[in-house]
Design a protein around this ligand. Structure first.
Ligand code: HEC
Length: 103
């Protein structure tokens, strides 16, 4: 690679690193809309798949999500939620808990 091509590449990588470092903390609302609303409804009241998640207290919600993650909680359809919870970090679960508690 010619030296003249390395500079733009280095700049691009540098900018990506800055963008990642500046990433905002997890937005529970955004995360819920993107990953949960399809099954649980925009306001958490949908009951076709599950009991409603609307109004779950943050502590109860967190226990359930960590339980799904650890495969120690759930009903007959828990496999679905084990996958969902398994993909979430504890920070994401925390942000979701705060959001769901306010639904
Ligand atoms: C593909 C559909 C689907 C998606 C997407 C989904 N869920 Fe679920 N959820 C379910 C099903 C089905 C159950 C019932 C599982 C069982 O039998 O334990 C459930 C159960 C739950 C429960 C337990 C409710 C209770 O009272 O026991 C919580 C909390 C929950 N989901 C939160 C979430 C969150 C938060 C997300 C987004 C990260 C999410 N779910 C995404 C289908 C889904």
């Amino acid at each position: 690679m010619k030296p003249t091509r390395i500079l733009p590449l280095a700049l691009t990588l540098g900018l990506c690193a800055v963008a990642l470092a500046a990433a905002p903390t997890v937005d529970g609302k955004e995360l819920y809309s993107a990953k949960c609303a399809s099954c649980h409804g925009a306001d958490g009241s949908k009951t076709i798949m599950s009991k409603p998640v609307k109004g779950l207290k943050a502590a109860d919600f967190t226990k359930m999500m960590l339980g799904y993650k650890a495969k120690t909680y759930g009903g007959t359809k828990k496999a679905t939620m084990e996958t969902q919870a398994g993909n979430l970090s504890e920070d994401e679960i925390k942000a979701l808990a705060a959001y769901v508690a306010k639904l």
